[in-house]
Design a binder for this molecule. Structure first.
Ligand SMILES: NC(=O)c1ccc[n+]([C@@H]2O[C@H](COP(=O)([O-])OP(=O)(O)OC[C@H]3O[C@@H](n4cnc5c(N)ncnc54)[C@H](OP(=O)(O)O)[C@@H]3O)[C@@H](O)[C@H]2O)c1
Length: 289
C-alpha cells in the first residue's frame, strides 16, 4: 500500500467481508491490513469500505438494516484505525431493507462525521433513484469492464444525478491483460476466480476474440493490454474510476500509467462497435458474481 501511495495512488478500496483465515484459525480481515498500511498517510487518502454482506456456509447473506450498518461501521473504524470513512458503500442490495431506510442510516452517519459520503455496490436504476432521493449518493461501485458492459445502461442516470462510477473488476480478474495463454485453474478454496464465466471452458474460448481486439489496439498504442482495458474506460467519461487490484508493484505502476494513454472518442467507439458485434454487451446474463 505504501508503494502504491508513493506512486500516486490515493483511492483505496476494501470491505468488512474481505476476509481470509489466519494460520491459527481466526478470521483475517483485509481492513486490518489496510489499517496498518495507511498509518501516517491516512489524511492524504480517500478510504473506502463496505458493509451489509456476510459470507456463511449457505453463501452470501445481506443485512443493511440500521442496527447492522451501525454495528458494521464501528468494526470497520476499529480495524482501519481511523475515526472516519471517506466513502462507505452498501455492498449489496438487501431485499429485506428498503433503499430509503439504508439512505436514512447513511445520512445519519454523515451527520455524525463517521462517514464523509456514501455509495452503493451492484445497484440498479430504481434502487439508486429511491436511495438518492433521501441522501444523495456519491458513487456507485459496479462491475464494469470490456467484456461486462451491463453497467452502461446506468450511464444516463449517473450523468443526470452527478454520481461517480467506481468500476470493480476492471480487468475481468486479470483476463483482459492477456496474461493467460492457457485456461487457468484456480484451486485455492479462498480463490473465487474459478467460478467466473471468462475462466470457464466455454467463456475462455468465447472471449478470446475480445483479447485479439485489445492486443491489436495495444500494439498500435505501444501499450500493454491491461493499460488499454483501463484507458478504454478512463477515456469514456471523466467520472469513471477503475480500481484494479494487484499484488505486484510493477503491475501497479503499469496500471497507473494507463492514465497517460489517450483513446479518442472515435477509437473508443470503434472498440465498442467491435465488442458489440461479438455480442459481449450482455455478458451479465452469463457470468456468476
Ligand atoms: N463491490 C464489489 O462487489 C467488488 C467485487 C469484486 C472486486 N471489488 C473491488 O475491485 C477491486 C479489483 O477487482 P478484482 O481484483 O476483482 O479484479 P481486477 O482488478 O479486474 O483483476 C485483478 C487481477 O488482475 C491481475 N492484474 C492486475 N493488474 C494486472 C496487469 N497490469 N497485468 C496482468 N495482470 C494484472 C491481478 O493479478 P496480480 O495480483 O498477480 O497482479 C489480479 O489477479 C478489488 O480489489 C476490490 O476492491 C469489488
Amino acid at each position: 500500500m505504501r508503494a502504491a501511495f508513493d506512486m500516486g495512488y490515493t483511492f483505496f478500496d476494501t470491505a468488512e467481508c474481505y476476509t481470509g483465515i489466519n494460520p491459527d484459525g481466526t478470521t483475517a480481515y483485509n481492513e486490518e491490513a489496510v489499517g496498518e498500511g495507511i498509518k501516517g498517510i491516512r489524511d492524504k487518502l480517500i478510504l473506502c469500505t463496505k458493509c451489509g454482506v456476510r459470507f456463511t456456509d449457505a453463501g452470501m447473506e445481506m443485512d443493511s438494516g440500521p442496527a447492522a450498518i451501525r454495528k458494521a461501521i464501528e468494526g470497520s473504524l476499529r480495524r482501519l484505525q481511523t475515526d472516519y470513512i471517506d466513502l462507505y458503500y452498501q455492498h449489496r442490495i438487501d431485499p429485506k431493507t428498503e433503499p430509503e431506510s439504508v439512505a436514512e442510516t447513511m445520512g445519519e452517519l454523515i451527520k455524525e462525521g463517521k462517514i464523509r459520503a456514501w455509495g452503493i455496490s451492484a445497484v440498479n436504476e430504481e434502487y439508486l433513484r429511491r436511495a438518492h432521493a433521501v441522501t444523495p449518493v456519491t458513487a456507485v461501485q459496479n462491475m464494469y469492464n470490456m467484456i461486462d458492459r451491463g453497467t452502461e445502461k446506468l450511464f444516463p442516470v449517473l450523468e443526470e444525478l452527478g454520481i461517480t462510477l467506481v468500476s470493480y473488476t476492471p480487468l475481468a480478474k486479470g483476463f483482459l491483460s492477456g496474461r493467460y495463454t492457457e485456461r487457468p485453474v484456480f484451486n485455492h478454496p479462498e480463490d473465487n476466480r474459478g467460478g467466473r464465466y471468462q475462466f470457464s471452458e466455454e467463456g475462455f474460448a468465447y472471449y478470446r476474440q475480445a483479447l485479439d481486439l485489445i492486443r491489436t489496439t495495444a500494439e498500435s498504442k505501444q501499450a500493454t493490454m491491461a493499460q488499454i482495458s483501463l484507458a478504454w474506460m478512463l477515456s469514456k467519461k471523466p467520472w469513471i474510476v477503475p480500481i484494479p487490484g494487484t499484488r505486484s508493484p510493477e503491475r501497479m505502476q503499469e496500471n497507473l500509467n494507463a492514465s497517460d494513454i489517450v483513446l479518442t472518442p472515435a477509437e473508443v467507439k470503434a472498440l465498442d462497435d467491435a465488442l458489440d458485434k461479438m455480442g459481449l454487451v450482455d455478458s451479465m446474463s452469463k457470468r456468476s458474481w
